[in-house]
Design a binder for this molecule. Structure first.
Ligand code: AMP
Length: 217
């Protein structure tokens, strides 16, 4: 199974992708997570992308596509993969089409006010990357990850100024991909109209839709 999870920043892509990855035993390829890791480890790649990520702008297509190609060809992607955060523009979608076949796009449809609530309250574990929300997915102990006990932090690019830029970039470059894929792949429309829907409910909805397309085998 090869799927793309698609939607604006703060739609819940990372949360649902990691659950779907576990459920379906397929690799999760999150370009944002890859870049954050590389930046944290001060690698060459981290150095090349840090300014783009910090400002909320897109990293150049060649860099991103190169990384995604490598990940897709890794043994743990053999059973399939879910792409979170890629493609981000039509150019990347065309490149992806040259690298691999994709079965479906999961489109998360989320009202703007939820996006703002999600991004401004999102906190992430420094160690394992688990995602929490100060209002809607609270950690049991304030500031501490339920899963591994490490400290939580706010992503630099979840601060208001950068969020505005990321949403602008989404509207200008990423949203047009919906039109691009409409004629090419099945699109699963997943409505998320409330902030307190437990992630499991959305993930179950996605699994049902994948089942309808006979993608669950
Ligand atoms: P995300 O975690 O998906 O919101 O990504 C965080 C940041 O990483 C974005 O604001 C971009 O700077 C960069 N990034 C992630 N994926 C891509 C991509 N496919 N193309 C270009 N830049 C990306």
């Amino acid at each position: 199974m090869r799927i793309i999870i698609f939607g604006p920043p703060g739609a819940g892509k990372g949360t649902y992708a990691s659950r779907l990855g576990r459920e379906l035993k397929i690799a999760v390829i999150s370009t944002g997570d890859i870049f954050r890791d590389e930046i944290k480890q001060n690698t060459d790649l981290g150095g090349k992308v840090v300014e783009f990520v910090k400002s909320g702008d897109l990293v150049p297509d060649e860099i991103v596509t190169d990384i995604v190609t490598k990940r897709i060809n890794m043994p743990n992607s053999k059973r399939g993969f879910i792409l979170d955060g890629y493609p981000r523009n039509v150019e990347q979608a065309k490149s992806l089409g040259n690298i691999t076949k994709v079965d479906a796009v999961i489109l998360l449809i989320v009202p703007d006010w939820i996006i703002v609530e999600r991004l401004s309250n999102r906190r992430i574990c420094k160690k394992c990357g688990a995602i929490f929300n100060l209002k809607y997915l609270k950690p049991k102990r304030p500031g501490i990850c339920d899963k591994c006990g490490e400290e939580l932090f706010q992503r630099e690019d979840d601060k208001p100024k950068v969020v505005r830029e990321r949403l602008n970039v989404y509207e200008a470059q990423t949203r047009p991909l919906i039109g691009y894929y409409r004629d090419r792949l099945p699109i699963l429309n997943i409505e998320c109209n409330s902030v307190d829907i437990p992630p499991k409910v959305i993930v179950d909805k996605i699994l049902q839709e994948l089942q309808k397309l006979n993608l669950l085998g």
